[in-house]
Design a protein around this ligand. Structure first.
Ligand code: AP5
Length: 211
């Protein structure tokens, strides 16, 4: 399965990608995770990305397309992958098509804007491995450390309310038009995010025909 997950910030793309990755035995390629790793490592890419991410803006297309193309050439991608957070503009979608990589399905995970701020204010992630949590909806069983690796749970720098609102605007202006791009290819499927994580997981499975 070569899958794209689309959706607004906080829709649950990362959470569902983690579940699908385990279920299907394929890796998730998350541009957000890759860019935040570069920021933590203090690389040139990280320094550049930080200025955009902390304002809730998109990192320039040519930068993101470059890192995704390189990742897709790795051996493990041959058996499938889940793209989380890429493509995010029509130019990125066109660049992906131009690589010749055949995508099987594009899942748009839909959540209303007003739910997003509530979700993102409670989100935490592991500083060491990036596993996502929510203080109410998906708490770690170990309190404020990661279930998977014992790392410290932190709040992302771009999860403050002002930046979240900017990210929502950017999504509607620059990312949502991609749905039309993929609708024309017949690969777009839609799932609606639910209050309970398990219900969203069921909706995602159904939309992807995995039930
Ligand atoms: P990125 O990391 O991709 O962030 P995003 O798309 O804004 O999405 P999020 O990670 O915030 O949310 P999510 O949908 O994964 O939700 P999650 O599962 O965590 O990108 C960050 C930044 O990097 C961008 O703003 C941009 O600057 C840059 N960037 C990245 N890719 C780029 C690209 N291609 N081009 C240019 N720039 C790029 O869930 C959210 C919370 O809700 C969690 O706490 C979760 O536990 C909880 N939750 C999930 N599902 C449910 C549910 N059903 N009910 C209740 N709570 C739930």
């Amino acid at each position: 399965m070569k899958l794209i997950l689309l959706g607004p910030p906080g829709a649950g793309k990362g959470t569902q990608a983690e579940i699908l990755s385990k279920r299907l035995g394929i890796d998730t390629i998350s541009t957000g995770v890759m860019l935040r790793a570069a920021i933590r490592e203090g690389t040139e890419l990280g320094k550049l990305a930080e200025t955009y991410i902390n304002d809730g803006k998109l990192v320039p297309d040519e930068v993101v397309v470059g890192i995704v193309k390189e990742r897709l050439q790795q051996e493990d991608c041959k058996k499938g992958f889940i793209l989380d957070g890429f493509p995010r503009t029509t130019a990125q979608a066109e660049a992906l098509t131009a690589t010749g990589v055949e995508i099987d399905k594009v899942l748009s995970l839909e959540v209303a804007d007003e739910k997003i701020v509530e979700r993102l204010s409670g989100r935490r992630e592991c500083k060491a491995c990036g596993t996502p949590y929510h203080v109410v909806f998906k708490p770690s069983s170990k309190g404020d450390v990661c279930d998977a690796c014992g790392g410290e749970l932190i709040q992302r720098a771009d999860d403050n309310e002002e930046t979240v609102r900017n990210r929502i605007c950017v999504y509607h202006e620059q990312t949502e038009p991609i749905k039309e791009y993929y609708e024309k290819t017949g690969k777009l499927v839609i799932a609606y995010g639910q209050e309970e994580l398990e219900d969203t997981t069921k909706a995602v499975s159904k939309a992807l025909g995995l039930e």
